[in-house]
Ligand binder design. Structure first.
Ligand SMILES: Nc1ncnc2c1ncn2[C@@H]1O[C@H](COP(=O)(O)OP(=O)(O)OP(=O)(O)O)[C@@H](O)[C@H]1O
Ligand SMILES: [Mg+2]
Length: 261
């Protein structure tokens, strides 16, 4: 579904992504792992149109999508999750979901709902869709809660829910598990698997929690120093000596940094 060919993203003289090439197969839940600073988030930002690449190419279903802005990618079904924006935290969970289709087409709610005649019907359809999404994610009880009051994990679920308000094909998740308790992490994992199996979503998931990666992802791609270091099943990756070395390497560097600090 997605191919990345010899992608570079430099910040001044620093090569955050340094010639990365990879494929995300249709229907897969592909894991992307690697030590801190490996360039994973930068790679996501380039694929999702948030940062232009220095060079290289990204395609989706064979079509060149390099450097397309996020809203165009959104229309093609390529989504990445974002943290719930500050200005939405005083809105309810249901309202946050109802915002998604309008906000992503660049229309304000005002235009979308009140500029035309079909106000009520549109609003009802959006609310129904939002409730369906909340039901799928098993968080119906939070529909009327303010988004700002949700726990970290519940916010992650809501982020995932936002991808379900439109017809997503491929979803990029950056550290969905960070700071999330086990129970909610399992709920998030289950939702990802169900979206993959029942709705045909393709996923690319960055995560440091190897249990989570091992349970969900095949294949797993390992990045280090801006390049793809290895790819394989989670079990193979965890035995791969180059991979172990890459992690230990940064472990050592971190240790040295901590000691000199
Ligand atoms: N806007 C920027 N300007 C300068 N350097 C940047 C910028 N964004 C990222 N970097 C650097 O690029 C490198 C890769 O960062 P990136 O966030 O992509 O890593 P990562 O693999 O996502 O790491 P982590 O696991 O810690 O999230 C880091 O050294 C980072 O400091
Ligand atoms: Mg990152």
């Amino acid at each position: 579904m997605i191919t990345v060919e010899n992608l570079h993203r430099h910040f001044g003289g620093f090569h955050a992504v340094d010639g990365a090439s990879l494929k995300i197969e249709t229907g897969s839940i592909t894991g992307l792992i690697g030590p801190n600073g490996a360039g994973k988030t930068t790679l996501f930002n380039v694929i999702a149109g948030r940062l232009p690449p220095t060079s290289g190419r990204v395609t989706m279903d064979g079509e060149d999508i390099t450097g397309l802005p996020p809203h165009e990618l959104f229309h093609k079904g390529l989504l990445r999750t974002f943290q719930i924006a500050h200005e939405f935290s005083s809105m309810t969970v249901r309202e946050n979901l109802m915002m998604v289709p309008a906000s992503q087409t660049g229309e304000t709610l005002w235009n979308a709902w009140f500029g035309r005649g079909k106000i009520r019907a549109q609003e009802r359809a959006l609310a129904e869709k939002a409730d369906e999404v909340l039901d799928f994610l098993t968080i119906s009880h939070l529909a009327d809660e303010r988004a700002g009051n949700l726990s970290g994990g519940q916010k992650k679920l809501l982020e995932l829910g936002r991808t379900m308000m439109v017809d997503a094909k491929v979803v990029f998740l950056d550290e969905v598990g960070a700071g999330v308790n086990r129970t909610l992490l399992n709920t998030i994992g289950d939702a990802i698997v169900r979206l993959n199996k029942e709705r045909g979503y393709t996923f690319c998931v960055i995560e440091h929690d190897m249990d989570f990666i091992g349970r969900l992802c095949d294949p797993v791609i390992v990045m280090a120093e801006g390049k793809v270091l290895a790819e394989g099943s989670a079990a193979d990756i965890m035995k791969n000596e180059q991979v172990i070395e890459a992690y230990l390497g940064t472990g050592l560097k971190n240790k040295q940094a901590a000691e000199t600090a």
